[in-house]
Design a protein around this ligand. Structure first.
Ligand SMILES: Nc1ncnc2c1ncn2[C@@H]1O[C@H](COP(=O)(O)OP(=O)(O)O)[C@@H](O)[C@H]1O
Ligand SMILES: CC(=O)N[C@@H](CCC(=O)OP(=O)(O)O)C(=O)O
Length: 261
């Protein structure tokens, strides 16, 4: 199916997303494209864990996920955050269906490292039939990043990683990371274009760090598939419908930079 646009909404920007943002996603659908939202919700998870006095820590950017943490992550992502996004989309006259990667075995994963990280999953395959049928019914899928393994066990998946895998699995024509900065910043300025080669350099130099690392890693992985470029944009001003012109940073492979600029 052509025209699929995967939009990853980061937890960092969820409270900044405007009505215009959701209107533009619905408009994109009306223009014949097929938006699919994948969301995070790290800050909301942190707040709930704190309220419940459940300790959690990050190991190399991934939340160590015990059984208690997993239960809280599912509650926050599949319950609160997912349904808020469904509401915002429907308030903008779209019809949305909220689901998680464990529904209908959409996002199949394996544990990254059970001893070190607990129930943290890395995607191994994506079953796209359900998403395709939702799209065919003119619905906008909104997906929480909970994966499932072949034994039916649920896992917490970094939302950037989940979005990259889902974009690849759906053969999306676009993948956009919506976050709380204007793109990849270097010396205080957002870069227009960055190549895969430069991304590696910036990670080594410490220009790209923290929460930006899973985004660029997911972007680089997707560039090995069908996508010619991946964007990182600020949720405060991102608008998707035709003619709006998404700003932010475009990540491409070295060889394709000229053809997509
Ligand atoms: N070079 C960079 N340019 C922009 N942001 C960066 C960079 N390196 C690290 N970051 C950090 O990445 C953050 C975005 O990642 P994260 O907080 O995980 O957001 P999200 O919830 O949207 O996934 C930015 O707010 C910033 O602190
Ligand atoms: C394994 C892992 O770290 N999962 C993330 C899932 C949410 C997420 O990625 O949210 P953001 O996009 O807001 O960062 C977590 O528990 O925070």
């Amino acid at each position: 199916m052509s025209g699929i646009v995967v939009i990853k909404c980061g937890g960092s920007t969820l409270s900044d997303l405007s009505d215009a943002f959701f209107h533009s996603i619905v408009q994109l659908k009306q223009e014949g494209k097929h938006p699919v939202l994948v969301h995070g919700g790290g800050p909301d998870i942190n707040r709930m864990l704190e309220q419940l006095s459940i300790k959690s820590e990050f190991v190399e950017g991934l939340r160590k996920t015990t059984t208690d943490v997993l239960e809280t992550v599912e509650m926050v992502l599949c319950g609160r955050v997912n349904k808020k996004l469904v509401k915002r989309t429907q308030d903008s006259a779209g019809l949305a269906v909220g689901l998680a990667g464990c529904d209908a075995n959409l996002l199949m994963v394996r544990p990254v490292d059970l001893d070190k990280l607990g129930f943290v999953g890395e995607p191994i395959s994506v079953h796209t039939d359900l998403i395709h049928s939702l799209i065919e019914q003119d619905l906008i899928p909104i997906i929480a990043p909970i994966g499932v393994d072949e034994d039916g066990i649920h896992y917490n998946v970094n939302a950037d990683t989940a979005a990259g895998a889902i974009a690849e699995g759906l053969d999306a024509e676009e993948l956009v990371f919506v976050t709380d900065v204007d793109g990849i910043l270097k010396d205080g300025n957002a870069l227009d274009h960055v190549t895969d080669h430069e991304v590696h350099q910036y990670i080594d130099q410490g220009v790209i760090y923290g929460g930006m690392i899973p985004k660029v890693r997911a972007a680089l992985k997707s560039l090995n598939g069908s996508l010619p470029f991946v964007r990182i944009v600020n949720g405060k001003h991102a608008l998707f419908a035709a003619g709006k012109g998404l700003k932010g940073t475009k990540i491409t492979k070295q060889a394709t930079i000229e053809s997509v600029s």
